[in-house]
Design a protein around this ligand. Structure first.
Ligand code: PXP
Length: 241
């Protein structure tokens, strides 16, 4: 079985667009965990436009009531991010090479280039008992180096997979993802996956059994709107007779 970690950044974005704490991110995390999700992911960026550093503390506090459930904090390892992660001590930290101004993560680490910066960061996080994951493109060759710099897992960046899903050439792309996952497993890394996964495409990726955890945010939020919108419009109409 693949674990589901629900990324609540879009809940933070919706909340931040208004002056009050609605929707409440911790309430949504609690609902999610009560439904049986394995974990919560947040990706606090330096401008805190989605999830905030305070959210990291608040969700960690919530998780004390859900033994076995995990908090995964994603982000670029700059000083403030690392301070928060080391203070909060999430179960897992996914290091992502994204620029603060990026709309969303759009590439994995180039470990050959960035290894000298990554090694001490990974060591520091692991010394606190935090599992470290590196966000990676599906390149089977780079998994040896990911292991060598000290990562516990990799997270495969699945945008290319999601974009190709159901289109010509998809089988080759799927094979490449499975080969990258197997290469990671072969060197002793566990494998997570995320980005643009949705209800249509997630099963095909995970069915062969190589993916330990997926983190899903954007599509899950849109699908929640899709599946709930009609009921809510009807509920308003019923009030306004
Ligand atoms: N993994 C990483 C590293 C991400 O940055 C994101 C988006 O915040 C996700 C997974 C989840 O992607 P999506 O929101 O498309 O489900």
């Amino acid at each position: 079985m693949t674990h589901l970690s629900v990324n609540l950044n879009k809940i933070g974005l919706l909340r931040n667009s208004r002056g009050r704490d609605y929707p409440n991110l911790v309430d949504m995390a609690e609902r999610t965990l009560k439904l049986g999700a394995f974990g919560i992911t947040i990706h606090p960026r330096p401008d805190q436009r989605h999830a905030t550093y305070q959210d990291a503390h608040d969700v960690k506090e919530l998780l004390k009531r859900f033994p076995g459930a995990e908090l995964n904090i994603e982000g670029f390892p700059e000083a403030q991010f690392l301070d928060v992660v080391l203070e909060v001590e999430p179960d897992q930290c996914t290091l992502v090479p994204d620029d603060p101004n990026q709309l969303t993560s759009d590439h994995g680490w180039n470990i050959a280039r960035d290894q000298d910066a990554l090694r001490p960061v990974i060591a520091k996080l692991k010394a606190k008992g935090i599992r470290v994951v590196l966000f990676m493109d599906p390149d089977p060759e780079s998994m040896v180096l990911a292991k060598e710099v000290g990562a516990d897992r990799v997270e495969l960046y699945t945008e290319e997979y999601a974009n190709a899903f159901g289109k010509t050439g998809f089988e080759d792309i799927l094979d490449n993802y499975q080969n990258a996952a197997q290469a990671a497993l072969d060197v002793g890394l566990a494998v997570n996956a995320g980005h643009d996964l949705d209800l249509n495409n997630v099963q095909t990726l995970c069915a062969p059994g190589r993916i330990m955890e997926v983190s899903i945010g954007h599509a899950l939020t849109v699908e929640a709107l899709d599946l709930g919108w009609d009921n809510v419009v009807k509920a308003y109409l019923a009030k306004l007779v």
